[in-house]
Design a protein around this ligand. Structure first.
Ligand code: HH2
Length: 267
């Protein structure tokens, strides 16, 4: 049996808390070196983000975000992987796509700004529409669902319809249930358990479970101790047919997938 191989999206956070040392150029150099390392390790896509979406994270201006991400996008357009820009701001997405990025990854499902939908249609790039309950500032304040998978799936269907209505091409849409964004442990586990349900609308699925706090909620581990849990979630996602895995640990994820697929070939 030939098991599927999802595309690997390596995470590149160009945020001060991720790359704390040195001035701007040192930070950019470090970010670029990290991206090249991920490509050498098998990343198909590099997801560049300049604004942290951690619960309670501080929002930053368009200018500040562009200063952080644009030089990195420009330096990486020919790095051997497609560039994705992780932003909720249409101005940032537009500048990055014009600089050569191929994907707009929007954790707000194109809801953050009234210009988001028309900009997405105009840019004619791939769009990741992710589900989040509330905003990064508020999302972990007692999120509650009656049927997490059903409610998230309805939301994603609605956002895909809104995107289509605005003129986004069907083949450009990718959906993401948004692990950890306004979800309790049981909601994250339900999403993973029923990942295949998100294929109901016929769009590719992206899964971002890498190092997320639901792993720590299971075993008490800190973010830098969650490689094993991240690999378990990645293999689970691959078995459910997700198209893209968003990960920090590219090399280890590729190895896990290669071993899993080699075993699968024997049956
Ligand atoms: N998760 C994070 C950021 N962007 N985009 C998509 N499509 N799916 C995700 O699950 C997702 C995402 C949060 O993770 P990380 O980049 O590690 O942290 P931070 O936002 O604090 O930089």
């Amino acid at each position: 049996m030939l098991l599927p191989m999802p595309r690997i999206m390596g995470i590149l956070n160009v945020t001060p808390d991720s790359f704390s040392d040195g001035g701007v150029y040192a930070r950019i150099d470090k970010a670029i070196a990290r991206a090249h390392e991920m490509v050498a390790n098998g990343a198909d896509l590099i997801d560049i983000g300049g604004e942290s979406t951690r619960p309670g994270a501080r929002a930053i201006s368009v200018i500040e975000e562009l200063d952080r991400v644009l030089p990195v996008v420009e330096a990486l357009v020919n790095c051997g992987a497609d560039i994705s820009i992780d932003t909720r701001k249409p101005e940032v997405a537009e500048a990055a796509i014009k600089a050569g990025a191929k994907i707009w990854n929007d954790v707000t499902g194109l809801e953050f700004d009234k210009e988001s939908l028309p900009t997405a249609a105009r840019l004619d790039c791939q769009i990741v529409l992710m589900h989040m309950r509330g905003s990064p500032e508020t999302m972990q304040d007692n999120p509650e669902y009656i049927d997490a998978v059903g409610e998230i799936n309805n939301y994603l269907k609605g956002r895909a319809q809104a995107a289509l209505k605005a003129g986004v091409k069907r083949e450009n849409i990718i959906l993401d249930p948004g692990i950890g964004f306004g979800k309790r442990l049981e909601d994250n586990l339900d999403i993973l358990q029923r990942l295949d349900d998100f294929h109901a609308h016929g769009y590719p699925i992206l899964l971002g479970a890498s190092r997320k706090s639901f792993i720590g909620a299971i075993d008490g581990s800190e973010a830098d101790e969650r490689l094993g849990g991240s690999l378990a979630a990645a293999l689970w996602g691959a078995a459910q047919g997700v198209a893209i895995l968003r990960v920090h640990d590219v090399k280890q994820t590729v190895q896990a997938l290669n071993v899993w697929r080699a075993i699968g070939k024997r049956s």
